[in-house]
Design a protein around this ligand. Structure first.
Ligand SMILES: *[C@@H]1O[C@H](CO)[C@@H](O)[C@H](O)[C@H]1NC(C)=O
Length: 230
């Protein structure tokens, strides 16, 4: 029962594991306060002054909903009761050549702590991911997790950003679609991708985690941010 529910809802991160969190850790950096919960299945990243970058398939179920803005408590980023309403949302056009499972939701009020995005290629770079996921069981409140991959990112134009996961299980909580992929240079981290809820070639031994890259949707993202998010 649990396995089939898991496979149905989250092709994504940990295909065959019973445990929700395999190798992640709790989000202990206040930098991660910009990672919001979009709904019980999805995560997003604050961008601009009043927008959230997430996956299109997440907002298909939360079109005029709200997002939860986390708080920093006892050195961990945790859920709060603070929410912000989504007043509209925008998506890039369909393409066969690039991942387009991306959406920008406009919030009712500014948050002024949006991440910067990067147009630089993450090919061969170290990357990290953050997402709100269930801890071990669907009944336990979600926690924000942060995970730095040990393998390097690869760009596959039609798919987006791929990170091979040699043990098939490393990663963070499942049901974290829409969450940001970060690339950090020194103390500065930028959003390079959006978790799009797919995993390729999932086996216990070898999985690839996939993100839509912001780079191949750059023109649409920058135009939308300029028009709707500042
Ligand atoms: C984004 O970039 C601006 C300009 O370089 C900088 O002032 C700001 O601190 C950056 N924001 C984050 C969250 O890194």
């Amino acid at each position: 029962m649990k396995t089939s529910l898991f496979l149905a809802l989250s092709a994504a991160w940990i295909p065959l594991a019973a445990q929700a969190i395999v190798n992640g850790r709790f989000a202990t950096s206040p930098f991660l306060l910009g990672v919001v919960k979009v709904n019980d299945d999805c995560t997003g990243a604050l961008i601009g002054n009043k927008c959230v970058l997430t996956a299109h398939h997440c907002l298909a179920r939360n079109r005029l909903g709200e997002v939860m803005l986390p708080e920093y408590k006892s050195s961990v980023v945790v859920e709060s009761t603070k929410t912000s309403k989504i007043i509209s949302s925008f998506e890039p056009g369909y393409s066969e050549r690039r991942c387009y499972d991306i959406q920008i939701a406009v919030l009712a009020e500014p948050h002024n702590r949006g991440y910067n995005l990067t147009k630089a290629s993450v090919q061969g770079q170290s990357v990290a991911v953050a997402g709100w996921g269930f801890l071990g069981d669907y009944t336990i409140p979600k926690v924000l997790e942060f995970f730095q991959y040990t393998s390097k990112a690869k760009i596959v134009p039609s798919e987006g950003i791929v990170v091979p996961v040699p043990d098939g299980a490393s990663g963070i909580a499942f049901r974290d679609s829409g969450g940001p992929l970060f690339v950090c240079k020194g103390a500065k981290c930028y959003v390079a991708g959006v978790a799009n809820g797919k995993a390729d070639g999932s086996t216990l031994m070898n999985t690839q985690h996939l993100w839509c890259d912001v780079r191949s949707n750059w023109a649409w993202i920058t135009e939308t941010v300029k028009a709707k998010c500042l």
